[in-house]
Design a protein around this ligand. Structure first.
Ligand SMILES: [Zn+2]
Length: 148
């Protein structure tokens, strides 16, 4: 935590705006990052957790539209938690519908877990400069608290 400021101001690390958002939350809660859309997508590297399609930003020309998928369907008692939600492209989400991944014959690329701040920082740094820039405009969208 001590050298966080230094890290986000590194010339090679340009996720300036979301870092501010994330930093605010990190300061408030050190045990684990807040459960927001941005952090969830970041945990999942902005990739569909079923097919791996990149969805860097909404409607970005080279990416797919990312959605939030309840691994165990919400309609069947699945909760809105880090462990039950993943980034999924719109087509995988539609295909999976109200089924578990097993029922739908779809495999999760990573087991969804509560991320550590260290993990999110590492994920953020993996993106090239300005890569996610367009996503930062809509703070309310990205900073939405997903917890119930
Ligand atoms: Zn997909």
């Amino acid at each position: 935590m001590a050298n966080y400021d230094e890290e986000v101001r590194s010339p090679t690390f340009s996720m300036h705006i979301p870092s501010v958002v994330v930093l605010k939350d990190f300061v408030a809660r050190k045990d684990h990052p807040p459960f927001t859309r941005f952090n969830l997508y970041l945990r999942d590297a902005f990739e569909c957790q079923y097919c791996g399609s990149p969805g860097y930003i909404r409607n970005y020309r080279d990416g797919v539209t990312l959605t939030l998928d309840h691994v165990h369907p919400r309609a069947r008692g699945g909760h809105k938690t880090w462990e039950n939600m993943v980034a999924a492209c719109a087509s995988c989400n539609v295909r999976k519908a109200c089924r578990t991944p097993y029922e739908a014959g779809m495999k999760l690329r990573n087991k969804p877990r509560i991320p550590t701040e260290r993990h999110l920082m590492r994920m953020a740094k993996a993106f090239p400069p300005n890569f996610l820039h367009e996503t930062w405009r809509d703070y309310l969208y990205w900073d939405e608290d997903l917890s119930e």
